[in-house]
Design a protein around this ligand. Sequence first.
Ligand SMILES: Nc1ncnc2c1ncn2[C@@H]1O[C@H](COP(=O)(O)OP(=O)(O)O)[C@@H](O)[C@H]1O
Ligand code: SF4
Ligand SMILES: [Mg+2]
Length: 249
Amino acid sequence: MTDILKVRDLHTHFVSRNAVNEIRVARALNGVDLTLPRGRILGIVGETGAGKSLTVQTILGLLKPPARRVGGEIELDGRRLDGLPEKELNRLRGSSIGLVVQSPVTSLDPRAKVGEQIVRLQRAHRQVSRGEAWKRGVIIVTHDLGVVAQYCADVAVMYSGTVVEQGPVAEVFVEPRHPYTQALIRAADLAAAAGGRRALPPSTPPDLYDLPEGCLFAPRCPKAEAVCSTPPPVVERGSGPVLVRCHFA
Ligand SMILES: Nc1ncnc2c1ncn2[C@@H]1O[C@H](COP(=O)(O)OP(=O)(O)O)[C@@H](O)[C@H]1O
Ligand code: SF4
Ligand SMILES: [Mg+2]
């Protein structure tokens, strides 16, 4: 077993009623695919509202109404988590996945803080199973690409409730294949060159109540063509857990 966590086609919705009592559905997660290899650190990046926190909450079974997981599979250490009773979930939560959630607004030096948290996680784990190797996986949620470059072996790039690209940082950052990842890295490089942090640029996220039929990035994609009005395939590339969600990947 090389992957500690496998997430396939995860869907999470917010269901509510509007002023005239019509049912409204916000499609916040739209088919998240994620793989966390054992003993590695995975960074989840994406602009505000992309669904990073919700992905983690859905995986850990921490959703509160009106949020509801409406589809998908979650496999932790070879066991299906979705559908497990709450008691069982509580036992598994935190025992296999370490979580570092970064809040750059509230900390002066987010990178130091991430490093500190990882060390703390490793210590905590060693106390639980002394002498054992680092067997878990760690997920870092951030919108600082510098943090990902410094601490993560793998990166998952989220856009509008999907992972548009996942793979080893060395591949994804050097040769991004998804147009959104390409735009993101270009913008971060420009910001860094201008003396700023390698953070994500502000933007207008898509309306979760009215998402396009096909590729969710199509309205903003410089490479969009007619075929992009149909859902893009998830293309695997290379030997690692590398995925690109695009018609032209
Ligand atoms: N009660 C709600 N009703 C509808 N949409 C919601 C609700 N709460 C959160 N959302 C939406 O869910 C999306 C995912 O949010 P989140 O996972 O927090 O994003 P991130 O962590 O990437 O910033 C956001 O676009 C947010 O607007
Ligand atoms: S599927 Fe089309 S619109 Fe979507 S990212 Fe690829 S090229 Fe752009
Ligand atoms: Mg968040």
